[in-house]
Design a protein. Structure first.
Length: 155
């Protein structure tokens, strides 16, 4: 593990988790014309996730999800995004919440190259998700596409 990442995990992350107030994030289920789902793999966490991130101070949820999709996957939202719901994410902190959106009207002119944050992006069929897709990602997809009872906890 690079020394910078070790310092972040060992010292800064515990402080950040204890010192911050309530946090709000956004994630999106981006569906392509073949009904495949966009997932991202970060450089600093293991697993495949729905794209998204934190909402900046003074930023709307709509603006945040559009920004995050552009930053992480070079996806430009063309129309409206549908709010699926809000979830508590106690694995991150007792004060973390996530807004989940469904996005079907979008463009991706080029597939993004790996960078400091995103190692890889890809579209996956619901029946063929990567083994490393996170529990929370799988749960949200099962709720939206397979009628599984909705949870209020992201897990």
């Amino acid at each position: 593990m690079p020394i910078g990442r070790w310092i972040l995990k060992r010292f800064l992350m515990p402080y950040w988790l204890l010192a911050r107030g309530t946090t709000l994030g956004v994630r999106a289920i981006v569906v392509d014309s073949d009904e495949r789902i966009l997932l991202v793999r970060h450089t600093y966490m293991t697993g495949w996730f729905l794209p998204g991130g934190g909402v900046d101070t003074g930023e709307t949820l709509d603006a945040a999800i559009r920004r995050e999709l552009l930053e992480e996957a070079n996806v430009t939202v063309e129309g409206e995004v549908e709010l699926i719901g809000f979830y508590h994410n106690p694995r991150t902190s007792k004060r973390d919440h996530v807004g989940l959106f469904l996005c079907r009207d979008w463009q991706q002119k080029t597939v993004p190259k790996p960078n400091m944050e995103i190692a890889e992006t890809g579209f996956f069929a619901l029946e063929d998700l990567p083994d490393e897709a996170t529990k929370g990602t799988r749960a949200r997809l099962n709720e939206v596409f397979h009628g599984q009872k909705k949870s209020i906890i992201w897990s």
